[in-house]
Write a protein that binds this ligand. Sequence first.
Ligand code: ADP
Length: 371
Amino acid sequence: MNELETYKAAFDSAQDGIIICNHHGKILLVNRRVETLFGYSEKELIAQPIEILIPRRFHHHHVDVRDHYLKQPSLKEMETRKELNACRKDGSEFFVEISLSPIQLKDRMIVTTVVRDITQKKEAERKIEVQNKLLLDQNQELERFAYIASHDLQEPLRTVSNYVTLFNKKYEGQLDKNADLYLEYISSATLQMQLLIRDLLTYSKIGFDKSRNDVDCNLIVKAIIADLNKAIAESGAEFMIAPLPVVIGNMVELKSLFQNLISNAIKYRNKIGNPLISIAAVEHKNEYLFSITDNGIGIESKFYERIFIIFQKLHGQKEYDGTGIGLAQSKKIVEHHGGKIWVESEVGKGSTFYFTIAKELNKQIKEINTN
Ligand code: ADP
């Protein structure tokens, strides 16, 4: 096999279609793959304008683009892969990705076009899009359900609670001991259910308010520490707070995010020693990364994911109060701000909760809201 035959064999065996055109867009050479992709024989393509491979409705535009390109074949355009509609001999269309390379010969310019059939890639993308849309719809449906259910359950529950209190007042000590005990159980279960429903309602409302402002995280943390003064005094908690950034976000949601994480850092403290809590932030190109570190009881690594699920608690109500919604709420808030939340921890030594707040997404939401 001589050198030319070797080149030709390599050219023909390429997985992508290769088309070489002159500077008028006339086809000079095609490889085998072009024949199988488009259903034309090599003979039928040679000397034809490249537009033969493009749906008719794009011909006019394509000629303009081609002329422009040939006048100034920029490196940028050359490197950029483009997705286009292609047309087979039988008129059927399919998606291709093309890349163009101009080659300056001594006396003229030729252009090599590499064509890749991306039908399967497009189909996969379409399927993902449909799945995403379905998931989004289901999510919205669930959120609506959680909102309506928790909202509507409040009223009858309030009635039950009122009547239990009334019943207690009127009949306490008049019935036998068991009846008093049962009533106490009913009262505490009703109270617990009211807390759960209140939290579920708050949870389902996260994201309703799309407003975004410049939020100074230093001020937020300061306000929370003031709000938690009783718990801080009782526990002897000490704070190390690094300078925090001003981020674009929803003020109310970000406040409850910090509030959840800081109050957990106090609540889940070690029995020995004072709670030491550090709060810091690092600015990255696309996001801010915050960390809240405590020297508390820590979390086993097998629970790192579970703690962010709604109503999941690792301890009984008697050990630590709470409904197990704080971290699920935090996750939802962070996700609404285009970020992620996770924990790293060592049992008995403490935990660090990390979360990120996206820059661009929140800026865009802010712009949409102010326009
Ligand atoms: P709650 O505090 O109401 O139980 P959360 O959703 O805030 O609910 O937390 C879920 C679980 O994660 C808690 O029950 C606790 O076991 C664990 N947890 C949260 N924060 C910490 C922390 N800073 N240190 C250790 N465990 C924690």
